[in-house]
Write a protein that binds this ligand. Structure first.
Ligand SMILES: *Cc1c(COP(=O)(O)O)cnc(C)c1O
Length: 416
């Protein structure tokens, strides 16, 4: 039996416990949705004020130089590089994950088109976050005939699916629904052994699990900053490209920010020789400036420590649900194997949507993803063991009292 006292004792022994004070968390809310929208770092409002009042209001156009707005995308890329196993000058913060995926898949396809024109399959997962599939479908519509998107149904099918026809493999490092975590190094080895290139979507793994893009020998990666990194709603995304591809960096959204000498105002596009070539146009400076507030909290600790606490919390969540909610129709979707578990826990329930709404009414914020999946994000920077205990007590009450049967919990909002 796991007890409340044990959970409290684990909080007292938690070496990351003090980091919670760096977040502004609403009183009375148990926030288990940091994998959709991270919480507010306490430094962010003052930073926003400074960018708006001083940099924009007082310094005006001089800020491009004086406050180094021009280099902000690469400065932030270097700042978050330690979280993804990247070196300086290899990562950038810009645009959205969807846009960045378009750029890197196009670049990867272009590299393959010149080296191996017979390879025309882009391989992805049926269970990918849909925008990834939509973006690939849109790109294929612009390519020569013959390019196709092939989908695998399960991670175990990957080995057989990567063939001499495969140009690029696009995978989510952690699956947004199930929380399944790929072994990035093993996959990259397999993909390269078959002559394909590997593109990783890090949306649910950056800030959630240790990532070593260079060590795992990945080719390209993109990911969100507004989820585990706490960059703020709609904060621009990251993009990383392995420096071995530098001579081949070529992306189709060739706007002036990616030009080698933007202020030459030349007629012809000449890409920047480095990672800046993945920029397109003018950046959202206010939103982008806040990304550092979230990243800086991670830099006070390390991903290995965060991972240890994440696994302890997800283990506790799973064990407590087993202990408190047995026989209530919940089915675990998330792998039990630590080697394949990200940092959220998902359960299926036939009335999953209504159960999540009933939890939200009790101040326990998780979310729902079709079909039937209730998702609970575990963010070790600001979640306590006692929060997991309390969340499971609420879940137990919602299920045991059948609170989800109330009509108000069945009405669907536009965003689930
Ligand atoms: C959240 C998420 C996205 C979101 O893309 P946006 O362009 O920021 O809307 C993309 N891919 C995955 C896997 C995600 O989890």
């Amino acid at each position: 039996m796991i007890t409340l006292e044990q959970c409290l004792a684990r909080d007292r022994a938690d070496e990351l416990a003090s980091l919670r004070q760096q977040f502004d968390l609403p009183e009375g809310t148990l926030y288990l949705d940091g994998n959709s929208l991270g919480a507010l770092p306490k430094d962010a409002p003052a930073r926003a004020q400074d960018v708006i009042r001083r940099e924009w209001g007082a310094d005006l156009i001089n800020s491009w130089n004086r406050n180094d707005w021009w280099a902000l995308p690469t400065r932030l890329g270097d700042r978050l590089a330690p979280l993804i196993g990247a070196g300086a000058g290899e990562a950038i913060v810009t645009d959205t994950t969807s846009l960045n995926l378009f750029k890197v898949v196009a670049n990867a396809v272009d590299i393959q088109r010149r080296a191996h024109p017979e390879r025309k399959i882009i391989l992805a997962e049926r269970d990918a976050f849909p925008t990834d599939l939509y973006v690939i479908q849109g790109l294929i519509g612009l390519l020569d005939r013959g390019y196709t998107l092939r989908l695998i149904d399960r991670p175990e099918d990957l080995d057989a699916a990567v063939t001499g026809q495969t140009a690029v493999v696009v995978l989510s490092h952690v699956n947004y629904r199930t929380g399944y975590l790929y072994d990035m190094r093993a996959v990259d080895e397999l993909v390269h052994a078959r002559g394909a290139l590997a593109v990783w979507d890090l949306c649910h793994s950056i800030g959630a699990v240790p990532i070593d893009l260079k060590g795992a020998d990945a080719d390209f990666a993109i990911g969100c900053t507004y989820k585990y990194l706490n960059g703020g709603p709609g904060a621009p995304a990251m993009l990383w490209a392995h420096p071995r591809h530098r001579a081949d960096f070529r992306q189709p959204l060739s706007g002036w920010w990616g030009h080698a000498r933007p202020f030459d105002m030349a007629v012809d596009y000449v890409p920047d020789p480095g990672i800046r070539s993945f920029l397109c146009g003018t950046q959202p400076i206010v939103s982008m400036s806040l990304v550092a507030c979230g990243v800086d909290i991670f830099l006070q600790t390390g991903m290995e420590k965060i991972r240890r606490k994440s696994l302890a919390l997800t283990d506790l969540f799973i064990e407590l649900v087993e202990q408190e909610c047995a026989g209530q129709g919940l089915a675990l979707e998330t792998p039990l194997d630590h080697a394949h578990r990200g940092s959220h826990v998902s359960f299926r329930h036939p009335q999953g949507y209504a159960v999540v709404q009933a939890l939200i009414a009790r101040g326990v914020i998780g979310d729902y993803r079709e079909p039937e999946v209730m998702r609970f994000g575990i963010t070790p920077l600001y979640l306590r063991f006692v929060d997991v205990w309390e969340a499971v007590q609420h879940l137990k009450a919602v299920l045991a009292r059948r609170e989800w049967e109330r009509d108000e919990f069945r009405e669907r909002g536009l965003v689930t």
